[in-house]
Design a binder for this molecule. Structure first.
Ligand SMILES: [Zn+2]
Length: 72
């Protein structure tokens, strides 16, 4: 499964909205198919998601250390 991508318009197209010869409905340029994995990785996991995960991990790690210190 691949998603048609138009370089000049910088957008993805629904395969159904792309014309039969693979041209962009807006600018008429040939749309290239990109693998879903690349598109999903680029659009669903922004960089600040990993910043938030890292911050949460550091915070929870710090709280765990505090809990262990208080225990003894
Ligand atoms: Zn286009």
């Amino acid at each position: 499964m691949a998603v048609p991508w138009c370089e000049p318009c910088e957008r993805f197209w629904n395969p159904a909205s792309v014309s039969a010869d693979g041209a962009c409905p807006t600018c008429g340029a040939a749309v290239e198919a990109r693998p879903d994995s690349d598109a999903a990785a680029a659009h669903k996991v922004p960089w600040h998601f990993w910043v938030a995960i890292t911050a949460a991990a550091i915070y929870l790690g710090w709280r765990a250390i505090q809990g262990i210190v208080l225990l003894f």
